[in-house]
Every structure is written in structure tokens, then in C-alpha cells.
Ligand binder design. Sequence first.
Ligand SMILES: O=P(O)(O)O[C@@H]1[C@@H](OP(=O)(O)O)[C@H](OP(=O)(O)O)[C@H](O)[C@H](OP(=O)(O)O)[C@H]1OP(=O)(O)O
Ligand SMILES: Nc1ncnc2c1ncn2[C@@H]1O[C@H](COP(=O)(O)OP(=O)(O)OP(=O)(O)O)[C@@H](O)[C@H]1O
Length: 355
Amino acid sequence: MSASSPLPIIPELPPSAADDYEFKFVGEGASNVVFEVIVQPHDESSRNLFQWNLLRVPKAGTKAHTYGELIQYWETVVKPLFEPEDLVQHQLVGLGGDAVVARLNEVLEKEDDTRRVDFRGSRVAKAGYGLLVEDMRQRHPDDLTLEFKPKWLAQSPNAPASAIRCRTCAREAFKHHTKPPAPANPTILCALDYLTCSSSPPILATILHHLAPSGRRPAPETPQQQTEQTQQHGQLSRWLQTNTVLPRLRAAQLANDRTGPLGADAHDAQFQLAMTLRDCTCFVRIPADPSAPVEAKLADLDKKNWAAKLGYWQATERRLIEGGYYAGTEVPRQETDCQLERVAKGAGEGGKGEV
Ligand SMILES: O=P(O)(O)O[C@@H]1[C@@H](OP(=O)(O)O)[C@H](OP(=O)(O)O)[C@H](O)[C@H](OP(=O)(O)O)[C@H]1OP(=O)(O)O
Ligand SMILES: Nc1ncnc2c1ncn2[C@@H]1O[C@H](COP(=O)(O)OP(=O)(O)OP(=O)(O)O)[C@@H](O)[C@H]1O
């Protein structure tokens, strides 16, 4: 938003929305909740707003910035780093009063039993604005959709010389140490593999196994569905090998962090941006229609509350170094599959070939 561009018109939910609209829980993170909004068929203007968009609202009691600040940061700092098609688009929407927030909280309360344990009981904040975010879910029941966090695509500048794990694998090993992984999902995907899979078929196979395990989709019921799924698998492989968005994200993470958390201060705007870039989500949609293009977009590129988080980031980095999580010497040893360890062991020893 430059100083000279006109202020965008912010749409507003009508006062009757709490009673007239249906709100369905879609997902949540530590700071936000996302809902699908279903409007009356005759309400054409609202139908246009919500046909391809979801409603994202802030949770109460977090240290996150207001949506006005998030939009300003995204427009001026994040957006210039990417191509428009790399980013999930969004716009502010007025919530039309506390009745909508109360309604959203009723929906959330009903979900409590199935929510992530540490999120249970958290509620939507009494905010004036939400965000309309481009809906990245399936548009057709046979579309293949994926969601993952690329995290740290390059090593932390603070990693010790003895590191055989990247920052993402070290952090995951620490997490598994304090909270053992679910039996269904025991292995860790090394974030560095996203960038090297283009030149290594075994690494590509590992990523495909993590992102699109065959058991997660219903088995094809017709020859047409079988063909579609094979095509989509091929499209996903090609996307992983040729996309430009993850290399661009990695380059921006590297360019904006020369010191790592231990050398940064709360006023270091570049480091702060790097931390935003390390906590985004990548959505991929591969349409069932083979002539339609693959869409892959980054979301959740929110400005971090640096003053509130710097202490946590520094303490995490120290814990990973001092606890031996980078060096792989923690006790008991956690199972990881880091590219750095594979390289250190030598590509020949049953590893995954050149990386
Ligand atoms: O600290 P990390 O690396 O575990 O990342 C946190 C995320 O954990 P996860 O991606 O699951 O490992 C964490 O994600 P969850 O929603 O807890 O899964 C948040 O994104 C957190 O950011 P914020 O406090 O909401 O600003 C994230 O915090 P920072 O990115 O600010 O460190
Ligand atoms: N544009 C979208 N399309 C489809 N689903 C979405 C979209 N945005 C969010 N979601 C769903 O809602 C969930 C939570 O959204 P979001 O990432 O905005 O929360 P958050 O609190 O910012 O997360 P985090 O704690 O990781 O920072 C996502 O994991 C995803 O399942």
C-alpha cells in the first residue's frame, strides 16, 4: 500500500450475519482460527465474498499483532519478495459486531473435543476485523490438496561446527524428546530435502511419501480416478522438482538472517522478517482436471511480535546447541533423517545418493 494508492474499500458482514450465515470450523493454529462461511443463496454480494474465500479471525489472549498491522506488513515487506501467484491473497473484512464473534465461539466450543489438546478452550478475540483468505481447499472432490510448513530451508547461522542436523531436524528431535511422536507419524522430513529433491530421485520419493502417502486418499474406485491419481502424483513430483517458490523462500530466509537468533536484537527488522519466512504454510492444489494448472501458494506470512518472541527464539537456539540436538548427541538419541547427517555419513552407505 503506497502512500498515494487509494484506500481499499473494506467489506463488512451485515448485522444479521450471526443468525443468517452458517459458520463451519476449518482449522486453527496458535494465533488464528479459520472458518468456512455459508450464506443464503439469495444474498448475492456476500455469496461473492465467501465463494472462494475463508474467514480467518484472531484468537483471544495471544501476543499477535492486529490484522491491520499484519496487512500493512504483508503489503510493504512480504509481498515484494514474491510473485503474486506465490501468495495466498487476502483482504480485511469487518465482522459487523460482537454477535458474529459470539457465534464463531459457539462453533468452536462444539469442536473442543476434537481440537489439538493445547488449543482446546481457546476462543476467538472480540476483534472488529477478520481476514478473507483465498480458499486453498479442494474445489472438486478429486483434487489433491496438501499443506505443509517449509520451516528453516537453510541451516541456522548459530549451529555449531559439529552439527549433523539442520535447524528444522534439530528442533523436531527436541520436540520428539519432550513429546514422543504419534505412532502413525514417527519420522521427520528434513526441510533441506525440499530443495535438493530436484536432483535426487530417492529424496523426491521420501518427500512424496511424507506429503502424499497413498493411504491418505481413498483408493480409486474407477479407472478414471486411477488415471487422475497417477497424473496428480506425476504433477506433484514435477512441481517439487521445478517450483520456484521454495527456492525464493529459501533465498529470502538466507538474505535476511546473517546473525541467527543469538546475534539478533529486537530492533533487527531483517532478522524479524526471516522468522516470519520460517513459519509460513505452503498450500498446494493439484486439480483432478489435468489441463488445469497446479497452484502452490504461501500463507500465514504474519508479522511476528518480535519483542515478545526474541527471548523464546534465543532460548530455543541455546537449548538445541547445549542439549546436543544439532550434533545428534542428545540422550536418548532421537531418530531423524537429516540431509546433513546423510552427507556426513557418506552418500554410499545406503544413503540417498548425491545431495
Ligand atoms: O518455535 P517453532 O519453530 O516450533 O514454531 C512455532 C510453531 O510451531 P511448529 O511450526 O508446529 O513447530 C507454532 O505452530 P503451532 O500452531 O503451535 O503448530 C506457531 O506457528 C508459532 O508461531 P506464533 O507463536 O503463532 O507466532 C511458531 O513459533 P516461531 O516461528 O515464532 O518460533
Ligand atoms: N487459505 C486457506 N485455505 C485452506 N485452509 C486454510 C487456509 N488458511 C488456513 N487454513 C487452515 O486453517 C489452519 C490454521 O490457519 P493459520 O495458519 O492461519 O493459523 P495460525 O494460528 O496462523 O497458525 P500457526 O500457529 O502455524 O502460526 C491451517 O493449518 C489450515 O488447515
